[in-house]
Design a protein around this ligand. Structure first.
Ligand SMILES: Nc1nc2c(ncn2[C@@H]2O[C@H](COP(=O)(O)OP(=O)(O)O)[C@@H](O)[C@H]2O)c(=O)[nH]1
Ligand SMILES: [Mg+2]
Length: 381
């Protein structure tokens, strides 16, 4: 049974972004980065092209594309476009990955991608303390679309493994590829099994929260997850006479932007319209903070880490210097104290000597007085 249709405006816009639950922090606009991931041949590249074509219909600015080597083996392709509405800018970046699962040994085939995601957090963490940092290299992933093969059965062990790795690092959004290859009832049963599998394995996927109690659109969007998508770079005539992206078959067309054919529109609304800000803020507040605290704890422990080792050497050196200083200080105090005691002794001796002097003087005066008295007494006689 197809999910209920959502009453959404007909064109893609980001005008209501500032009306989302929180205000976007930067006046300059936001950076929003989506990554697509999954086995090769599932239609990831086609999906990206479909997404850009349908978004950029309304925008004149040219998109640009470039490839980036993330290690010696993996090359990612980056597509960028600035989308703008009513003076509000979003720099949309989509990262296409080459896909994995083509090799006999798939163990750790996702490692370069997971490392790439971590590297972005790490790069940002290093730049965080520098106010003059350059933002253009920031490729922190706000939404990771994981493409699932439309087998009609359930998730493969490889999917489970990769999704587990991703779910602690990014907002993970599962997507069922090539929705046109399953009948609606098979699709529904497939979705149910995937949902069970995800919760059974404790995989954390992105949960769009409704913006208020009667946010029916968000509820309908989340009810459709995992999102089924159809990708196409060609346009077809829809059953209602309109023209849009789709795949033409003898029996008719699979319509990308038809909500009873697939969830492409719901997914696009979630990403570009209703929950872009939630995806950005949860990346910064939850995933980046998770990364940072794990990283800092690990650095504190690790002896293999060169920076931790350097810090340790530094600590030891500082402690030695401190000890030497304390020793010098104690010695100085001891000498000063001895000097003071000698001085004190000298003062006491001097005082005693003066007191004796004084006593002698007193005695002399007394004697003179006595003699004087005697003389006076003699004279009176
Ligand atoms: N039936 C069907 N085929 C698709 C769909 N999306 C892409 N394809 C086809 O699948 C093949 C692989 O697509 P591609 O985008 O290169 O897959 P990627 O390796 O995941 O990037 C191409 O022949 C596409 O035309 C879809 O939604 N339905
Ligand atoms: Mg591709």
């Amino acid at each position: 049974m197809p999910a209920p249709a959502v009453a959404a405006p007909s064109h893609i816009g980001i005008a209501n972004l500032p009306n989302q639950r929180h205000k976007i922090v930067s006046r300059k606009g936001a950076r929003f980065t989506i990554m697509v991931l999954g086995e090769s041949g599932l239609g990831k590249t086609t999906f990206i092209n479909t997404l850009f074509t349908t978004i950029l219909k309304d925008y004149k600015k040219p998109e640009h594309r470039f490839a980036k080597q993330i290690n010696n083996t993996v090359e990612i392709e980056i597509t960028r476009a600035e989308i703008e509405e009513k003076g509000f800018n979003v720099q949309l970046t989509v990262i296409d990955t080459p896909g994995f699962g083509d090799y006999v040994n798939n163990r750790d085939c996702w490692a370069p991608i997971v490392n790439f995601i971590d590297d972005q957090h790490h790069g940002y963490m290093k730049h965080e303390s520098r106010p003059e940092r350059k933002n253009s290299d920031d490729l922190r992933v706000h939404a990771c679309l994981y493409f699932i093969q439309p087998t009609g059965h359930t998730l493969k062990p490889l999917d489970i493994e990769v999704m587990k790795q991703l779910s602690t690092r990014v907002n993970l959004i599962p997507v069922i590829a090539k929705a046109d290859t399953l009948t609606p009832s098979d699709m529904q049963a497939f979705k149910d099994r995937i949902r069970d599998c995800i919760s059974h394995h404790g995989i954390q996927i992105f949960q769009a929260t409704p913006h208020d109690d009667d946010d029916a659109a968000t509820k309908a969007i989340m009810a459709a997850s995992p999102f089924s998508v159809i990708g196409s770079e060609t346009e077809v005539t829809y059953a209602d006479g309109s023209v849009g992206p789709g795949r033409q078959y003898l029996w008719g067309a699979a319509e990308v932007e038809n909500e009873s054919h697939c969830d492409f529109k719901k997914l696009r609304n979630l990403l570009i319209r209703t929950h872009m800000h939630d995806l950005i803020s949860s990346t910064e507040e939850t995933h980046f903070e998770n990364f940072r605290s794990t990283k800092l704890t690990a650095e504190g422990r690790s002896d293999d880490d060169p920076s931790a080792r350097a810090r340790k050497v530094m600590d030891t050196k500082m402690k030695e210097e401190e000890d030497a200083l304390r020793k010098r200080f104690t010695e100085q105090v001891r000498l000063e104290e001895a000097r003071f005691r000698q001085w004190e002794q000298r003062l006491i001796a001097e005082r005693d000597r003066l007191n004796q002097d004084l006593e002698q003087q007193h005695r002399a005066v007394k004697q003179l007085e006595d003699e004087y008295e005697e003389v006076l007494a003699l004279r009176k006689k």
